[in-house]
Structure formats: structure tokens, C-alpha cells
Design a protein around this ligand. Structure first.
Ligand SMILES: *Cc1c(COP(=O)(O)O)cnc(C)c1O
Length: 413
């Protein structure tokens, strides 16, 4: 392994075909942002769009804007654009609600497609809301379905004839580990089980090919790699072949076949719109569209290449420069099994991350000992990785982390 230098990283930036995207985003001066996996940054055009939606569409257009500004078309319009990022077809994705709510709608609808089967499979340590929502569904159905969590290495062998549904997050939020979507989907289908993929750390981060692996259902997040803004609505995918049979539990008026006929009886929309529930969060969905448009204009192959190269270099830097300080590497070194982040472990992880954030280098901490660094190739530079590890070396060498100010817990880590 050659010894890495800062020059090596500045040269990579000069040769980076994606470098031009950075100027489309507004980043605070003198910051290194390695947390786009948790909250993406602000696209410059989103500011003008926010002003337009609020001042013109809402302020001047008022109720007319449902038609004149096509507010009513937002869930499908933005959904179709996201479909292009995840290997789905137009008419298979809508933007709606939050990821958590979308999971409930889809998981409940999916288990109804498999009557007589009692098992929902997931992994321990999946993102908390995924497990909580499934526990809620289990309790709500009085135990007619049971959540089984099995270690990720044993998922394939745990799929059996009693499995109704698997709910897995393709890229793990803490470790960045990635499931083989094609292999798991194929095994599930062999025994007639369905699979719901959580793409919160996949959409805009890694190439996803839902239809080419024959995926059934998916959900994902708008405010992470898609740069939709804080609290942006989530999205959901239902393969065309399942749509007509799918009965979702939150049968609100936006999912009705003809909502504005105001009839007493619910009749689901024929296509993906049946997965909607209530009124679209117009401002949030309008800003999400901006982030999605930028992502759609980038070549996903280049994004993945740069992201993997960044992960590789970050691991090499950590090995070369942080060796003596007690760090571990929680992410796979195999690029095929790694999403767009690298996680380090350290017993003093919380304080170390606080010390780093005090230097305007922003990653995050996930209990009990994970320091997460997300790589968002559209706006993170190679040199940022060098500077981040350089700061970590200084924080460890000077014991800067060992100050009371860095040890008091904040509500959101
Ligand atoms: C971020 C994330 C969520 C977020 O769910 P919300 O309903 O938006 O709070 C869900 N699942 C996974 C795997 C995530 O990473």
C-alpha cells in the first residue's frame, strides 16, 4: 500500500468528472459535510423554488394551484422521477407520507396477499422505526403474523414456506453493509414469499435495479441522498403486477379512484395512487422534486464509482493514520457489500465526533460506539476525506476529545 498524501487527494478532485455538481449546492463556508446520509444539503435552486411555491403558488394562486400549479400531480410526477433512480417504471412509485408510514401501509397490504403465512422476517439491528412499525403491525393483528429477526448471514436459510414477507434495509444505516437484493428476492420468490426493501440509504447512493431483480415492494427516504430537505416526504414502490390486488389499510381520500366525487364509499384508485392516504405535503414534495432532478441529471455509474473510491480511500487513511488510537472499521472492505458510507468504531466515539463537529467537520454518532461518515459524491471532495482524517489524528494525538464539553449527550446525535 502506498503512503497517501494530501496532494494525491487534490489531484483526484482535479480529475473528478462529478466535481461540477458541488456548485449546485449551498454549503456553509469552511465546513466538511460527511452526513448527507442523514440529512442532505440544500440545492441552490431549492431556495428559489421554496419562494415560488410559497409566494406565488400558495400566496397568489391559492386553492386554484391544485390544478394550475399541478399540486395534485406531485405524488406521481416526483414518483416517476424517483422511479428512474431505482430501476422502476413510471406508475410504480409515489411520493407520500413518511418512510415509517409507508412501511406500515405496504407491510400490512403485503401480508394480506399471503393469507395463511405467519412470518415476517427482518434482521436484529435494522433501523429502529422499521422494527417498531413491524412490532406494531404484529400487535395490531393480534399475533396472526409474527416478526422474526435473524442475523443477516442467516436470512437466506430462514426463508421458508411460512414466510409471508421479508423487510430488509438494503444498505444498513450503521455499518453501511449491503444485502444482495437479487439473491434474496430470488430465494423469497422460490417459496412464494414477498420482499419489501427499505431504500433509505440506497436511493441516490447506489445503483438500484428493482424491476430487473423482480422486486415486489420498496420504500425510501426523501431527505437523505435525494437532498429533499428536512422532513421531506418519503416514497414507495409497488411492482405493477401487485397493484390491482393490493389493499392498503390507510384508505384515505387521496387514494380513492375519484376523490373529488366525494362519495361515501371507498374505491381504491386502479394504480399506484391507491397507496396515497391524505393531502400531499405540497411544499415538501415541491422541494424534494428539486433534489431528485439534480440526482437524475448525474450519471449513477460515476456516482457509485466515486463513492466506492472514497470509501476505499477513507479506510486506507484510517488504517495508515489512525492505527494506534483504538479505532475499528465496522464497514465491509468488499465494495460489493458496502453502501455509500464508512463507519468506524471507538469506545469514545461520541466525544470524538463532538470534537470533530466543533471543527466544522460533520459526521454523526450512532450508539453504542459507531462514528459514521457518509460520502455524497455530488458535493463531497476527495480532499475533504484527507482533512477529516487529519483532524481525527490531531484530536486523538492531543486528546482534544477528552474534554467535558464533548461528553454531554445531545437529544439528537
Ligand atoms: C432514515 C430512515 C428511516 C426514516 O423514517 P422516517 O419515517 O422518515 O423517520 C426509515 N428507515 C431507514 C432504514 C432509514 O435509514
Amino acid at each position: 500500500m502506498t503512503t497517501l498524501t494530501r496532494d494525491h487527494f487534490t489531484t483526484l478532485d482535479q480529475q473528478d468528472p462529478l466535481a461540477g455538481f458541488r456548485q449546485e449546492f449551498e454549503l456553509p463556508a469552511e465546513h466538511i459535510y460527511l452526513n448527507g446520509n442523514s440529512l442532505g444539503v440544500l440545492p441552490k435552486t431549492a431556495k428559489a423554488r421554496a419562494r415560488d411555491v410559497v409566494e406565488q403558488e400558495w400566496g397568489q394562486g391559492l386553492i386554484r394551484s391544485w390544478n394550475t400549479a399541478d399540486w395534485v400531480g406531485l405524488p406521481r410526477r416526483v414518483g416517476d422521477k424517483i422511479a428512474g433512480l431505482i430501476g422502476a417504471d413510471a406508475g410504480e412509485v409515489v411520493v407520500a407520507d413518511s418512510t415509517s408510514v409507508n412501511l406500515f401501509k405496504l407491510a400490512a397490504a403485503a401480508v394480506k396477499l399471503r393469507p395463511g403465512r405467519s412470518k415476517i422476517l427482518s434482521e436484529p439491528g435494522n433501523f429502529p422505526t422499521d422494527l417498531y412499525i413491524l412490532q406494531g403491525l404484529e400487535a395490531f393483528m393480534d399475533g396472526r403474523v409474527q416478526l422474526n429477526t435473524v442475523h443477516r448471514d442467516e436470512i437466506l436459510s430462514a426463508i421458508d414456506e411460512d414466510t409471508a414477507l421479508l423487510v430488509l434495509t438494503q444498505v444498513h444505516y450503521k455499518s453501511g453493509s449491503m444485502f444482495d437484493m437479487a439473491a434474496i428476492t430470488a430465494r423469497a420468490h422460490e417459496v412464494g414469499a414477498l420482499v419489501l426493501w427499505d431504500l433509505s440509504h440506497s436511493a441516490g447512493a447506489v445503483p438500484v435495479a428493482l424491476n430487473s431483480v423482480g422486486a415486489d415492494f420498496a420504500i425510501g427516504c426523501g431527505y437523505k441522498y435525494l437532498n429533499g430537505g428536512p422532513g421531506a416526504p418519503g416514497f414507495l414502490f409497488v411492482a405493477k403486477r401487485h397493484q390491482a390486488q393490493l389493499q392498503q389499510p390507510l384508505s384515505g381520500w387521496f387514494g380513492h379512484a375519484s376523490p373529488f366525487q366525494m362519495r361515501d364509499d371507498y374505491e381504491p384508485a386502479p394504480g399506484i395512487e391507491r397507496m396515497l392516504c391524505g393531502t400531499t405535503p405540497v411544499i415538501g414534495a415541491s422541494l424534494l422534486e428539486i433534489g431528485v432532478d439534480i440526482m437524475a441529471s448525474a450519471d449513477m455509474t460515476l456516482v457509485r464509482e466515486k463513492s466506492l473510491q472514497m470509501g476505499q480511500l477513507f479506510i486506507e487513511l484510517a488504517e495508515q493514520r489512525l492505527g494506534g488510537y483504538g479505532f475499528g472499521i465496522a464497514s465491509s472492505k468488499d465494495p460489493a457489500l458496502r453502501g455509500s458510507q464508512v463507519s468506524l468504531t471507538h469506545a469514545q466515539g461520541f466525544a470524538i465526533m463532538q470534537a470533530l463537529i466543533a471543527r466544522n467537520i460533520i459526521g454523526d454518532f450512532r450508539a453504542p460506539d459507531i462514528l459514521r461518515f457518509g460520502f455524497t459524491p455530488l458535493y463531497v471532495r476527495f480532499v475533504d476525506l484527507w482533512d477529516c482524517v487529519d483532524a481525527l489524528v490531531d484530536i486523538m494525538a492531543t486528546r482534544d476529545w477528552d474534554r467535558p464539553a464533548f461528553k454531554s449527550l445531545t437529544a439528537v446525535t
